[in-house]
Design a protein around this ligand. Structure first.
Ligand SMILES: [Zn+2]
Length: 321
């Protein structure tokens, strides 16, 4: 059974576009049991990097009212999918797709948090404080290569209140897309394990979206987790958008993260339908190839079980109520 840290299927469904990676009909054969389904209120598309180095300007802030309206439509699109919305770790089972309702960017939450509980009651169980733009709570990292993730200021007062409220309700707080100052603010505040749902090792690919060794150490010390992102621009040492990137580049990041943090803190965070992934993998149907590659790289049954689902289940159990 494979549980995954991030996909953008809902965005495509909302737009009425076909998906490229996550075909739910192919999920069963690939042992894909679901994971985090993003409700992402889109910014204008980020141009694909055509040259290295690159520095995409930070996207503009999206007003709360507009984001809240679009999030309702995204949520309706998620509810129309043939998946179970997870409210308990026990909802995950083999042969079935279970969706964690995940908000990627907290703009749909009002800055006084007055609608947070309503979202929780509807099934929201995970919030990424930011996408790669500023909002009332924090500031995301702009897409830059090479660049450290230290690109701006930390959490606002509202952001700190949101982390506390999420801890109380049992909503997971995701630090992917957050800048470094925001990361350390969450690390200092949150009582839950630190989670980066879809980020990689900065030591191997120096893009602003990836995590420094010091951040990885803090995630390990909190008994948290990193979902390895399959985006080729976050995998490759040269940061280039090359679809012909091999699956071994994913294994390279799994190896690094497992060496640095221990295998208990590594999982998948595919970014299916949100990024260009290795052509050799293709999409959800290629996941068994990735598992085979892990086995060939020396991961035994116990380690594969941890990476594919057990680590996510442990972190969710520690975070949810
Ligand atoms: Zn993302």
């Amino acid at each position: 059974m494979i549980i995954d840290g991030h996909n953008d299927l809902v965005l495509h469904c909302w737009r009425g576009e076909p998906t490229e990676h996550l075909d739910l009909d192919a999920a069963q054969a690939a042992d894909f049991a679901g994971g985090f389904f993003a409700l992402y209120v889109p910014s204008p598309p980020v141009p694909d990097p055509t040259a290295i180095p690159y520095a995409v300007p930070l996207a503009d802030q999206i007003p709360h009212e507009e984001a809240a309206r679009i999030a309702e439509e995204l949520f309706d699109a998620l509810c129309a999918l043939p998946v179970t919305r997870a409210t308990s770790v026990d909802d995950f089972r083999a042969g079935h797709v279970t969706a964690i309702v995940h908000m990627e960017g907290a703009e749909p939450i009002s800055s006084d948090l007055s609608n947070l509980e309503r979202w929780y009651e509807r099934g929201l169980r995970s919030i990424g404080l930011v996408w790669s733009r500023p909002n009332d709570f924090a500031e995301g990292v702009p897409f830059r290569f090479p660049s450290p993730p230290d690109t701006g200021g930390g959490l606002t007062d509202a952001g700190r209140e949101l982390v506390r409220a999420c801890n109380e309700l049992g909503i997971l707080v995701d630090v992917s897309h957050l800048n470094e100052a925001g990361f350390w603010d969450v690390a200092g505040l949150s009582a839950a394990p630190l989670v980066a749902t879809h980020s990689n090792a900065h030591a191997l690919c120096a893009v602003s979206r990836n995590l420094l060794d010091t951040q990885l150490d803090a995630i390990r010390d909190s008994n948290g987790i990193v979902g390895v992102n399959f985006a080729v621009t976050f995998l490759r040492e040269d940061g280039s958008l090359v679809p012909a990137t091999p699956i071994s580049e994913i294994v390279r990041h799994v190896d690094y993260l497992a060496d640095r943090m221990g295998v208990d803190h590594v999982a998948f965070g595919s970014d299916f339908d949100g990024a260009v992934v290795p052509a050799e993998l293709g999409g959800v149907a290629g996941l068994p190839k990735l598992v085979d590659a892990l086995r060939s790289a020396g991961y035994d049954d116990a380690a594969v079980a941890k990476i594919t689902h057990e680590n996510w289940l442990r972190v969710l159990r520690a975070t949810w109520r």
